[in-house]
Write a protein that binds this ligand. Structure first.
Ligand SMILES: *Cc1c(COP(=O)(O)O)cnc(C)c1O
Length: 358
């Protein structure tokens, strides 16, 4: 008997969400981002769900090769570029496009002997101060790349720090956009700037390609609710009640005995714990659905189980269905309660969880 814990991945939701992303910027091409195993949904499933995308973007070089092996013949972009010179051979062989964000990556290209040309995306650090060349170093990096016979097209890219937060005045999106546009005004090449938050909230930044990730999986980067944007959850994590305890006022639940019942209550034990990817820091009160009714986690999350308050579901029994997140319970709500983001929950889905496709 398998454990009742299952992650159901809905390919049609991936397709639907891609169409929503495209509708944010109708004339723009789309890099569907499938890094981190398609945000925990499975790389092959991501490829299937995003068949209508113009290209697939990811971080992992081996993942890019897998996409070719799975039959993806369209553009692939390595969003952080290569990590060592040997990667360039792989990239040239499989016609994988690469970001170039630092001097050392240009050094590697200058020294490389490649059988074919590569397309590169020159990354600007327009204010996030993570990857990329600062505006004052951008033009000389461009010129170095342009001088290399093995470089075919040079596209221009940057990444926003606060596309989800208009109130952030430390580095407003408009300032990053201004720096990017000013620095690249004279340069040819396709532009890409927008992550999901920028796609949803800043159509003015769209450029020639957008790079949505999280929204394609039916969650948001912390803006409104996914449903308000017409997004559908692609991953639903479900399990069952595997035990029930009747406890009295004053009794406690789980490790540390941190939860104390203030009245007699029934506690349901759910087959899902932090070894499955459920966040260990989810506190008492984190939303969870039992037999279609919303209730709360009580006590500490353990490795293989969590405990839930069955007061609102008196008919609940061993075998009752439980939704941890997804259809019927937005992953963003669970993430917020646990002090994290939907991204982290999806990506942390553990290998031991059975996955089925719908
Ligand atoms: C992950 C990533 C994205 C997608 O970001 P979301 O917030 O998931 O939409 C876009 N661009 C780059 C460079 C990334 O690494």
């Amino acid at each position: 008997m398998p454990r009742p814990l299952v992650a159901t991945i809905e390919i049609s939701a991936l397709q639907h969400n891609l169409a929503v992303a495209q509708s944010c910027a109708p004339r723009t091409k789309v890099w569907a981002v499938v890094k981190a195993n398609a945000y925990g949904h499975g790389l092959a499933r991501g490829m299937q769900g995003f068949a209508a995308a113009h290209g697939l973007g990811l971080i992992e070089v081996d993942g890019a090769v897998h996409l070719r092996e799975f039959g993806w013949s369209g553009p692939i972009l390595l969003l952080e570029g290569v990590f060592e010179p040997a990667d360039l051979q792989v990239v040239a062989k499989h016609q994988i496009q690469i970001a170039v964000h630092c001097r050392e990556q240009i050094d590697m290209l200058e020294r490389a002997q490649l059988a074919s040309q590569v397309d590169v995306h020159l990354k600007m650090n327009s204010g996030m101060n993570r990857l990329g060349f600062k505006p004052d170093a951008y033009r000389s990096a461009y010129d170095r790349l342009r001088a290399l016979p093995i470089v075919r097209n040079i596209a221009l890219m940057t990444h926003f720090a606060n596309a989800d937060d208009a109130a952030n005045l430390r580095m407003p999106l408009a300032e990053q956009l201004r720096r990017f546009q000013e620095t690249t005004a004279e340069l040819p090449g396709e532009r890409s700037l927008s992550n999901s938050a920028a796609c949803l909230l800043h159509p003015e930044a769209a450029g020639d390609w957008i790079r949505p990730g999280i929204m394609l999986y039916g969650a948001t980067p912390g803006v409104k609710s996914a449903a308000a944007f017409g997004l559908k959850p692609a991953m639903t994590l479900t399990s069952e009640i595997i035990g029930i305890q009747q406890i009295s006022a004053g009794e406690t639940v789980g490790y540390g005995s941190g939860f104390v019942a203030d009245a007699s209550m029934k506690v349901g034990i759910v087959a899902c714990g932090y070894a499955d990817g459920y966040p260990r820091h989810a506190p008492t009160g984190t939303p969870i659905v039992v037999d279609g009714v919303r209730t709360r986690v009580v006590g500490r999350v353990s490795m293989d189980m969590i405990c839930v308050d069955l007061a609102p579901i008196p008919q609940a029994h061993v075998g009752s269905s439980v939704t941890l997140w997804g259809e019927g319970l937005p992953i963003d709500e669970v993430a917020t309660a646990a002090g994290t983001v939907g991204y982290e929950l999806m990506c942390a889905l553990a290998p031991r969880v059975r996955v089925i496709e719908k």
